[in-house]
Design a protein around this ligand. Sequence first.
Ligand code: CP3
Length: 343
Amino acid sequence: MSQSEKLLLQALAGHATARPPIWMMRQAGRFLPEYREVRATTSSFLEFCYTPEKAIEVTLQPIRRFGFDASIMFADILVIPDALGQKVTFQENVGPVLEPVTDAGAVARLSADGLQNHLAPVYETLKGLSAALPPHVTLIGFAGAPWTVATYMVGGRGSPTQAAARLLAYREPQTFQALIDLLVEATASYLIAQVEAGAEVLQLFDTWAGSLAPDQFEKWCVAPTKKIVEAVRAIHPDVPIIGFPKGVGTKAVRFLQETGVQGISVDTGTDMIWARETLSPLATVQGNLDPLALVAGGAELDRATDALLENFAGRPYIFNLGHGIEKETPPEHVAQVVRRVQA
Ligand code: CP3
């Protein structure tokens, strides 16, 4: 099958497809018993991410079970701080825990020198997936956007307000800029290498973009994203990039005008009539089924699925969730949505 027959690539090229391509954020994960089985064989989550054989297997599981049109490689956004030399662990029922980077000295101690070596297993995963995926399935690589990764690096763990990183950005803008600059460089070279290993589309997760005040949003979300897009394009001009500036509301327009990404993943709170009228002319819209509608299932799930399909009929569109799959999700509900979208 030629590249152009892949639905996700067609949609990102701006074409309305006969039906939208469908994939789901966190499609590999704890909601699947077969994932939990493989996951249980490695105690450290990062080591699991760096074991290509296991990462390939859990990436393929949702493709086999549901027949998604795209496959997102299994890894995590926090492999970047790990590769830069920051101590990163994942703790059961807590999530990621990092040794916080809170001053200029700590930023200076980070280094991108060993980055490509450290991340080589991720590229092996992509190579294995390229060879193993069915021909109609598009392979997606990804990274965290600098702002979101920095919130974990500075705060040391997830936080509802991202206060630690926002405060550092106000109090020590030069220190924070140095951290963002390092992340821009590291993320761009990581994504470029992903394309060389077989990624056909890239997604940049900026999960916490919504906590930034408008001028801060320009500085720490839009500008770094634009630099990464330019750096990737300079080497791989044709690879489509999807941005996910979660929670930014109407600022998504600025984001698209400035960064030049081909796709935008919109969160559950986004009005999809507005997205169709305002964002669709600028980029291919992806989203935004509520992950909790997917947990609930039933007729309401069909209704929500149909509403999205009708809203975007005749336009380039990628069916997805507004955020990642919840671990309580019954797999049968995922199958229900895939069947309906692909019917
Ligand atoms: O989407 C996929 O299937 C690909 C794999 C993927 C994971 N994380 C695997 C994972 C992707 C694309 C991510 C992105 C990611 N990681 C984001 C951005 C998107 C989002 O969800 O907001 C963020 C903020 C992270 C950081 C992260 N990783 C957190 C906060 C946690 C703990 C919370 C949780 O859900 O457990 C993780 C762990 C993680 N990453 C798991 C998985 C499947 C669960 C851990 C496990 O299986 O032991």
